[in-house]
Design a protein around this ligand. Sequence first.
Ligand code: CP
Ligand code: NVA
Length: 303
Amino acid sequence: MRHYLQFKDLSAEEYDYLLGRATLIKKRFKNYEKYTPLFDRTLAMIFEKASTRTRVSFEAGMYQMGGSVVNLTSGDSQLGRAEPIEDSARVISRMVDVVMIRTFEHTKIEAFAAHSRVPVINGLTNEYHPCQILADVFTYIEHRGSIRGKVVAWVGDGNNMANTWLQAADVLGFTLHVSTPSGYEIDAKVAGVSNQACVKVFDNPMDACRGAHLVTTDVWTSMGYEAENEARQKAFADWRVDRDMLAVAQPDVLFMHCLPAHRGEEVDADVIDGPHSVVWDEAENRMHVQKALMEYLLLGRMG
Ligand code: CP
Ligand code: NVA
């Protein structure tokens, strides 16, 4: 049994396979071809933070594959009344076939996984967001071909998205240019990447974007960090992705943002709504890659 808690849980070879399956599964969906290999299987989703994309993509994806979904939040389950996470894992995993969790500390999802009889998927923790980067890599490849050897520029917070991009650079063989305000750097220990050759750090976000094939950013204040919002608004003021940053990147640079976005904060409207932006494909692709992921975790390799 395999879990998907961090991007580095799968190998480059497995990603090749998985992204190939996602291509096929997406094609079937676009052609209105029924594909229901998860008939009779149930996904439990546990949300301790808000969500639009993760909720809709997992729920719609599971139904499309013939399965069904149970949605839990801390507010409407015993999770919010201090039932131990280990006990919740033991109980829930006796009744369903796969569990997706969005929560705060990563240690919580690890504790759940350690006591689960079924695969557990990380739908975002404070530290990582692997399903999102899976969709982002898939979207890059769809638009531009292989990501190996390319340069991805991360502008903004050294957060869950940044940590996961770093793991992806390590696993898939591309370079991550990182520019964060001081005090908001990526913590190498949290990112958990031993190969420092895949990352270059820049003080100036403009320098990070120079020559990049993909420029990407995220909100200045992630869920769970709202108390720091005022300080962050000040610290991040020069880390807004604008037209000038894209102008020094590759001429065919792509712009991505995991969404939700705040136009005029971390990104200018003419960038996110402009010709380099692929954010809507990126959001849609969450569903296709997660269908491939659930197929892989539950059924193994097909054919
Ligand atoms: N990108 C992402 O995970 O979006 P949601 O918070 O809406 O799920
Ligand atoms: N870094 C953001 C991503 C939201 C999808 C957060 O954790 O809130």
